[in-house]
Ligand binder design. Structure first.
Ligand SMILES: [Zn+2]
Length: 414
């Protein structure tokens, strides 16, 4: 089995981590900032040194291409993202991009020619930290978000994505079409504790889970904290609290795959000596199975209706966003699994808990992902870390899966 140069991959990761390095050992490389531009330049330099040609599309997605034997064959894409959270780590995203580069470097070292071209891609604004939504570059690539909508998106300072692209210098009129892609592979840290706790260096990702975001508005009656006897109250906050505890009970009924989170809570016009008249909160529901998430939402609505009636408040729920479960391509997943087995790594099949560019790609292109553990399951944190052995194991799986799909070029005729 082919193996990458583990030291070179690690050294590149550490060098890239210097671009936007923070005092506490993390990285701050927000999309389309000067730090992102410097990161892209470093990556582009490495790609040119590896003999690749570079191309940028209309939303700044950066493609580096290694030609195959058949110029008309569709490319196999490998990628992830170089942008980070404001206080991000050294591996989230950048691992998948540099593992892709390491695949090409290793193929070069071994003089291996593939039938299909191979392209390594860095998607623009995956994190959603500067521009929302997250995974914007890959969304435009597959047509899930219209280019014009993406370009109009503004950051917190009112800078549009179009202006940021211009300032960063990585934009071109090249339009790419997802239909011209043979397959897509992405390596990523797991960003959770499962692989580490099971002692598995590899996660064979079978797809992305179903996600549903609800907005909840609980309306009671604001009243004086000192003059309103308890039985007379319609307290929106206590009602919302009862709903919150019920959500935890619902999660327990769908354990371990069902996940429920209240991420934001707002008490408008709150005052220390006034009974809360209104509470707004968000609910994030996740489950690998669309039918089960439907059942979870049904349970939430029933429970909230019951609690509201008991407490004499109104509860209104609206669905803000939904993303269906996204199974990955069985053929590509099988290539990842076979490579893992042949390399002798222990592994498990795993559903991606987080969103990734691969989720967008998977709806249009045969797609698979490789996960490696991250220390203490920590991500979106400056202390985010991964073990060198795991980093190289993921890249070894990646190169063999990619090679199986890109296929060795037929030997030249005599
Ligand atoms: Zn990421």
């Amino acid at each position: 089995m082919l193996k990458v140069d583990a030291r070179r991959l690690w050294a590149s990761l550490m060098e890239m981590a210097q671009v936007g390095a923070t005092a506490r050992g993390g990285v701050r490389r927000l999309a389309l900032t000067q730090e992102d531009r410097r990161g892209r330049e470093l990556f582009a330099d490495w790609c040119r040194q590896a003999g690749m040609t570079l191309q940028t599309d209309e939303v700044g997605n950066l493609f580096a291409r290694r030609e195959g034997a058949d110029a008309n064959a569709k490319p196999v894409l490998i990628g992830s993202h170089l942008d980070t959270q404001p206080e991000g780590g050294r591996f989230d995203g950048v691992y998948g991009v540099l593992a892709g580069l390491e695949v090409v470097r290793t193929l070069n070292d071994r003089n291996i020619e593939t039938h299909h071209p191979i392209e390594v891609v860095s998607w623009t604004n995956e994190e959603g930290a500067r521009f929302t939504p997250a995974m914007l570059g890959s969304a435009v690539f597959v047509g899930a978000t219209p280019l014009a909508d993406a370009l109009r998106t503004e950051d917190a300072q009112g800078v549009s994505l179009a202006n940021a692209l211009e300032a960063c210098g990585y934009v071109d009129a090249q339009r790419r079409d997802a239909r011209d892609v043979e397959a897509y592979f992405e390596a990523h840290i797991e960003q959770g504790p499962i692989l580490e706790s099971h002692g598995n260096p590899i996660g064979v990702v079978t797809g992305g889970q179903s996600i549903r975001w609800l907005d909840v508005e609980v309306t009671g009656v604001a009243a004086h904290a000192g003059t309103t006897p308890m039985p007379y109250r319609k307290d929106a906050f206590f009602a919302a609290s009862a709903m919150a505890l019920e959500l935890e009970a619902i999660a327990a009924r769908y354990a371990p795959q069902g996940l429920v989170t209240i991420g934001q809570v707002e008490v408008p016009n709150s005052s220390r000596n006034t009974i809360a008249g209104k509470v707004l909160f968000t609910v994030d529901l996740r489950h690998p199975d669309d039918a089960r998430i439907d059942a979870m939402e049904h349970d939430v609505r029933a429970a909230f209706g019951r609690i509201a009636a008991q407490r004499g408040v109104q509860a209104s729920l609206s669905t803000y966003w939904r993303s269906p479960a996204t199974p990955f391509d069985a053929g590509c997943v099988a290539l990842v699994e076979a490579a893992t087995q042949q390399l002798g790594y222990s592994y498990e099949r795993i559903v991606s808990g987080a969103g990734h560019d691969a989720i967008h790609l998977a709806r249009h292109v045969p797609t698979a992902m490789v996960f490696i553990p991250c220390v203490d399951g920590l991500s979106h944190n400056e202390a985010e870390d991964a073990l060198p052995d795991d980093v190289s194991a993921g890249a070894n799986v990646l190169i063999n899966a990619v090679l199986a799909r890109a296929k060795l070029a037929a030997p030249a005729h005599a």
